[in-house]
Design a protein around this ligand. Structure first.
Ligand code: BEZ
Length: 208
């Protein structure tokens, strides 16, 4: 069955470049990004994994663990990581799951045969510390992902998990947020002492 937002991320055990992973144990109360890429030794994937390796300190700062997946085995992943490190000027410092039997790929519906025959598409799952799925993105093989956007989304998810706000279009860290509709306008001053604006009765903003 398809995974939906709010579902518990399905558990699995799989080999990875950093040893066997029991996914629920591995989550261990952190935020997690699980991302699939179609195949080892492919050009776009090489740039994506390098970019993520170089951005890993930003994910660490936010308490987010990252883990990749493709349908090749650990030996293949390890050989390819050497190429990624060499060509992308990085050190891949996160595990890549080996899924040669496509068990995890099937579990997470990462194979879309009409788009890409027998390989995973570029899926992203952001999972909260309570193991629920908070965001899913699916890109085709021909389009490399934007990892700055992923950080922006994580900032929004972590903020809105703790405060009664939502984030507007193109929001970035530090910009005004939207007060959620469940809060009455007359209750805003007490809940948001930094101030607020009422643009329309249904569109109220407050500083982050
Ligand atoms: C790539 O990562 O470059 C790629 C992988 C599968 C199909 C097309 C491109």
């Amino acid at each position: 069955m398809a995974i939906r937002l709010g579902d518990t991320a399905p558990n699995f055990t799989a080999d990875s470049t950093e040893g066997s992973i029991d996914f629920h144990n591995w989550i261990d109360g952190s935020w997690v990004v699980l991302f699939s890429h179609p195949k080892d030794y492919t050009p776009v994937c090489t740039t994506e994994l390098g970019r993520l390796a170089n951005m890993k300190p930003e994910f660490d700062k936010r308490g987010v663990k990252v883990v990749g997946l493709s349908v090749d085995d650990v030996e293949s992943h390890k050989g390819w990581i050497k190429d990624i490190n060499e060509t992308q000027n990085c050190t891949v410092g996160y595990p890549i799951i080996a899924d040669p039997e496509k068990k995890v790929a099937e579990l997470y519906d990462m194979i879309h045969p009409k788009a890409l025959n027998n390989l995973t598409v570029r899926s992203i799952f952001i999972i909260a510390p309570d193991k629920t799925v908070k965001l899913m993105l699916t890109y085709p093989a021909s389009t490399g992902r934007n990892f700055d956007e992923l950080l922006r989304v994580i900032d929004s998810l972590q903020l809105t998990a703790n405060h009664q706000v939502a984030t507007p279009a193109d929001w970035k860290w530090g910009e005004d947020c939207v007060v959620v509709p469940a809060i009455k306008t007359e209750d805003i001053p007490e809940k948001f002492p930094k101030g607020h604006k009422v643009i329309k009765p249904y569109l109220r903003t407050t500083p982050q």
